[in-house]
Design a protein around this ligand. Structure first.
Ligand SMILES: *Cc1c(COP(=O)(O)O)cnc(C)c1O
Length: 396
């Protein structure tokens, strides 16, 4: 099918929940995507921070093929070797003690919310309030949009579940003031993604940890987007010297194969008991085998160090752009999770870049977001910046 045919068929039969761009990728390799007409694009969106190892990574393809030919699904009635091995690898490389597997970021956060509420019922207590940040994003299930501190995701879906309180991000006094006798947990993204690429201040996260300890609250970090090497450390919390009690992961974990995980530290490891939570597909042999291959690449392949190094270079190059173009308001981010806030609409920039062979993303109305594969080189950054600058030039 050509692009026009793919678009027409989609518009006829798919519910219009997405405002899609008229672009039909059909094949990928590394940081490149090819559309139905065979045109190549440098992909600095990477499936929305998912394809950390790039497209069609041989180790991922091999894991999928081998495991699909051996065993794909059996249910959690039984013990599953790739699931156990993936859990061990995640625990051995994080602050967590045990893992629950699911299929997406929203499901991982849903599990964390349930765990936090059960934690709040311990020793006869009845705590259930969870404090989250304004401009946060935690997914699209009913509880996850309620945790998400942005009304635009909630409007029309009321009544929302009770028990969520929102505070401005990076404001420790506001967080301290929001705690009530019913608070059981605080849930934050160490680097806010969807809300506009805002990294937490180190003193803020350290202060949040202290306050949680003083009040016996669980600290939940949603690293669905910023985890797994994206920021130049395996986990974003490692930049801050602050360990959460619960850590949620998804996006890059399967490099595109659906899988999510909730990692639980010592403080909350005993909370969920048999029967408390479950997922039919969560932790299936295929997803876990793929994620294990991804994690092995991230750990052994120098991928995370590459993200840190190329991320620093990218940040510098964006600062040069800021110095040259007055409509660039701010450069933000960590590693290869970068944002460029403009004093103009971002969407025309996204479209003009795509027309020149570069895929980027816009969050909010005016923040360009760059979340390329973690395997890109400085030369890829140079190529992207060349296109971005051509576009900025044409707009000024
Ligand atoms: C994408 C995202 C989610 C939701 O993940 P899904 O897999 O789409 O459910 C949750 N939290 C953060 C921080 C995200 O970026």
């Amino acid at each position: 099918m050509n692009s026009a045919e793919i678009i027409a068929l989609s518009d006829q039969y798919i519910l219009p929940t997405y405002g899609r761009l008229p672009f039909c990728p059909v094949r990928g390799e590394g940081a490149l995507l090819y559309d139905a007409e065979g045109r190549a694009y440098l992909d600095f969106v990477a499936g929305l921070a998912v394809n950390a190892l790039g497209h069609a990574h041989p180790a991922v393809t091999k894991a999928i093929c081998e495991q699909a030919g051996q065993l794909m699904h059996v249910s959690n009635l039984y013990y599953i070797e790739p699931q156990a091995r993936l859990a061990a690898a995640l625990v051995q490389n994080s602050c967590a003690s045990k893992v629950f597997f699911c299929n997406s970021g929203a499901e991982a956060n849903e599990a964390a919310i349930k765990l936090a509420r059960k934690y709040g019922k311990q020793n006869g207590a009845s705590k259930y309030e969870i404090i989250t940040a304004l401009q946060s994003f935690h997914g699209r299930t009913l509880a996850a949009i309620t945790a998400t501190g942005q009304p635009k995701y909630q409007r029309g879906f009321e009544p929302l579940p009770e028990g969520f309180t929102y505070v401005p991000f990076n404001d420790l006094d506001a967080l301290a003031a929001a705690i009530t006798p019913r608070t059981c947990a605080v849930m934050l993204e160490p680097v806010q993604g969807e809300g506009g690429v805002y990294p937490a201040d180190p003193q803020y996260l350290q202060g949040v940890r202290r306050i949680c300890d003083e009040h016996g609250l669980l600290l939940i970090f949603d690293e669905v987007q910023c985890g797994l090497g994206r920021t130049g450390q395996l986990f974003a919390y490692q930049h801050y010297g602050v360990e959460p009690d619960v850590l949620t992961l998804a996006k890059a974990l399967g490099n595109g194969f659906p899988i999510g995980a909730m990692l639980v530290g010592p403080k909350a490891v005993g909370v969920l008991q048999p029967g408390d939570h479950a997922s039919t597909f969560g932790g299936n042999p295929l997803a876990c085998r793929v994620a294990l291959a991804v994690l092995e690449q991230l750990l052994a392949g120098g991928v995370v160090d590459n993200a840190a190094r190329v991320g620093r270079y990218f940040y510098q190059r964006l600062q040069e752009l800021q110095a040259k173009y007055p409509f660039v308001r701010q450069v933000r981010g960590l590693g290869l999770m970068l944002g460029l806030e403009l004093e103009r609409e971002g969407r025309p920039v996204v479209d003009a870049c795509r027309a020149r062979g570069l895929l980027i993303n816009c969050v909010g109305t005016n923040i360009l977001r760059f979340v390329p594969p973690l395997i890109i080189s400085e030369a890829d950054v140079d190529r992207a910046l060349e296109i971005l600058e051509q576009v900025f030039c044409s707009f000024s």
